[in-house]
Design a protein around this ligand. Structure first.
Ligand code: ASP
Ligand code: MG
Length: 418
C-alpha cells in the first residue's frame, strides 16, 4: 500500500461524465489498497469564465477579489468529485486550500506555497477516505484566499505529494506523456518513457505546456517522483499497467535510459526582439539598458551584445510578446535620450527554438549539428543562447515549424533508440 497523489486537469474534469470517469479511476486505485489524495483543476474553461465576469465589471479589478472568484472553480470541482466517489461507494471528503491549510505568501494571482499542514489530510486517509484537495489555491498569512498562477494545480499536486512524502504524484492529463516535441508540429514525435527533472525544467521554461514550471521546480527541490499520464484511457485499465504508463520524471541519469544526446525540441512564439543601436560601449551599459526593464517587472530572456566598432555597439534582447510595446516605450523614454544611443528597433515576429538534453554534457558537436541543420534549411539565426543542457536559437517566426521538424529529424528523435 502506498500513498499516491493524483492530479486531474481541467479537460479531465470537463463534464459530469468526465468527473464520473475520474471517480472510477480514483476508486480503482483506492480499491487496490492505496491511500489516494486527489488534486483536481477547475472544469475546463471555468477559470477563464470566472475571471471574465470580473473583467466585465471592472477594467482593473482588485487582485484580492480576483483570487476570491477564481478559486471557486476548484471548489466546485472537489465537491463534485467527492459526490461522484460517494455515489460509487467510496468514502471521500473534499477540502479547499484554506481548510487544509495550504499556506502561501500574499502575492495574489501568483502566490507561492510556503507550507502545507498535512495533519487533516492524513487523519482522513487513516480513516479510510479518499481526500480531495483543491488545486490552484491557498491562504495567505492574513487569511486571504490566494491563487498560484494559471496552471497552478500542477504545483498544488506536487506540493501536496512533497508535504505528505507520497510515493508518487500522477499528473493525469489530456496527453499521454511528455513528447520529444509537440505532436501537432511533428506528427511522428515520440513519447518519452522517462525524462530527467533538469530536462523537464528546461522544456517547461522553453515553452512546453505539459506542466506548470513551478511544479517541476517543486518536484526537483523535494525529489517528488512525478509521472505525466493520460486521463483519456478507459478508467478501468489495470492499476499496474497504468502505473507504468506515461512519462516518469527521474532524478539521476539512469544507465538504462534511452541514450539520446537530445531528448526534445522545445519552441516558443512568446518572444519579441528589441535592438538598441549605436550604444556607447562602456562599463554599466547592460545595466543601464536592462535596469529599467527589470524595474518594470519584465522578464528578459536572450541577450546579445555585438563587438564594438569605434567604441559603439548594438545591444539586443528578447522579452515576452505581451511586453513588446511596453518595452519599446521604456527604451525610448529611459534609454535612447538619457544614454544617447541610436535608434531603437524591434521585431515582434520572432520565436525561440531549443534543443534540450543532458546527453549534451558528454557530447561535443551538438551545437554545430543544430546550426548546420538550420543553415541547410536556409534559416538565419538571429541570436543564440546556451546552457549546459540546452541550445536555443532565435529565428524568424515564419520558420518555426520548419526548424522544429528539421531539428527533430536531424537528432533522430522520431526513432526508437535501443
Ligand atoms: N484552474 C486554474 C487555471 O485554469 C488552475 C489549473 O487548471 O491548473 O489556470
Ligand atoms: Mg494544466
Amino acid at each position: 500500500m502506498s500513498l499516491i497523489v493524483h492530479k486531474y486537469g481541467g479537460t479531465s474534469m470537463g463534464s459530469v461524465e468526465r468527473i464520473r470517469n475520474v471517480a472510477e479511476r480514483v476508486a480503482k486505485w483506492h480499491r487496490a489498497g492505496h491511500q489516494v489524495v486527489v488534486v483536481p483543476s477547475a472544469m475546463s474553461g471555468e477559470t477563464n469564465r470566472l475571471l471574465g465576469l470580473a473583467h466585465e465589471i471592472s477594467e482593473a479589478p482588485s487582485r484580492r477579489e480576483l483570487d476570491m472568484i477564481a478559486s471557486t472553480g476548484e471548489q466546485v470541482s472537489v465537491g463534485l468529485l467527492a459526490i461522484a466517489l460517494q455515489s460509487v461507494g467510496i468514502d471521500a471528503v473534499s477540502f479547499t486550500g484554506w481548510q487544509v491549510p495550504v499556506r502561501t505568501d500574499d502575492a495574489y494571482g501568483k502566490a507561492r506555497i510556503e507550507s502545507i499542514d498535512d495533519s487533516r489530510i492524513r487523519a482522513e486517509l487513516t480513516a479510510g477516505r479518499v481526500v480531495i484537495v483543491t488545486g490552484f489555491q491557498g491562504v495567505d498569512p492574513n487569511g486571504n484566499i490566494t491563487t498560484l498562477g494559471r496552471g497552478g494545480s500542477d504545483t498544488s499536486a506536487v506540493a501536496v505529494a512533497a508535504a505528505m512524502g507520497a510515493a508518487e504524484c500522477l499528473i493525469f492529463t489530456d496527453v499521454d506523456g511528455v513528447y520529444t516535441t509537440d505532436p501537432r508540429v511533428v506528427p511522428d514525435a515520440r513519447r518519452l518513457a522517462r525524462i530527467t527533472f533538469e530536462e523537464m525544467l528546461e522544456m517547461a521554461s522553453l515553452g512546453s505546456k505539459v506542466l506548470q514550471i513551478r511544479s517541476v521546480e517543486f518536484a526537483g527541490k523535494y525529489q517528488v517522483r512525478t509521472r505525466v499520464l493520460s486521463s483519456l484511457t478507459p478508467p478501468d485499465i489495470p492499476v499496474e499497467e497504468e502505473a507504468a504508463s506515461g512519462t516518469l520524471i527521474t532524478f539521476e541519469e539512469d544507465e538504462n535510459m534511452e541514450k539520446a544526446v537530445i531528448s526534445g525540441i522545445a519552441f516558443s512564439r512568446d518572444a519579441a526582439k528589441i535592438t538598441v543601436m549605436h550604444v556607447p560601449d562602456r562599463p554599466g551599459i547592460a545595466f543601464q539598458i536592462l535596469g529599467p526593464i527589470a524595474a518594470a517587472n519584465i522578464d528578459v530572456d536572450v541577450i546579445i551584445q555585438n563587438q564594438s566598432v569605434g567604441g559603439m555597439t548594438d545591444f539586443s534582447f528578447t522579452v515576452p510578446h505581451s511586453e513588446y510595446k511596453r518595452t519599446l516605450e521604456i527604451m525610448e523614454r529611459e534609454v535612447r535620450g538619457p544614454l544617447g544611443t541610436g535608434e531603437i528597433v524591434g521585431d515582434p515576429d520572432i520565436c525561440k527554438v531549443s534543443a534540450v538534453g543532458i546527453g549534451m554534457r558528454s557530447h561535443a558537436g551538438v551545437a554545430s549539428e543544430m546550426f548546420r541543420t538550420l543553415y541547410e534549411e536556409g534559416i538565419n539565426i538571429q541570436m543564440i543562447s546556451t546552457s549546459e543542457i540546452k541550445i536555443s536559437v532565435v529565428i524568424a517566426d515564419k520558420y518555426m515549424e520548419l526548424a522544429v521538424r528539421a531539428l527533430h529529424k536531424a537528432f533522430g528523435l522520431e526513432q526508437e533508440i535501443v
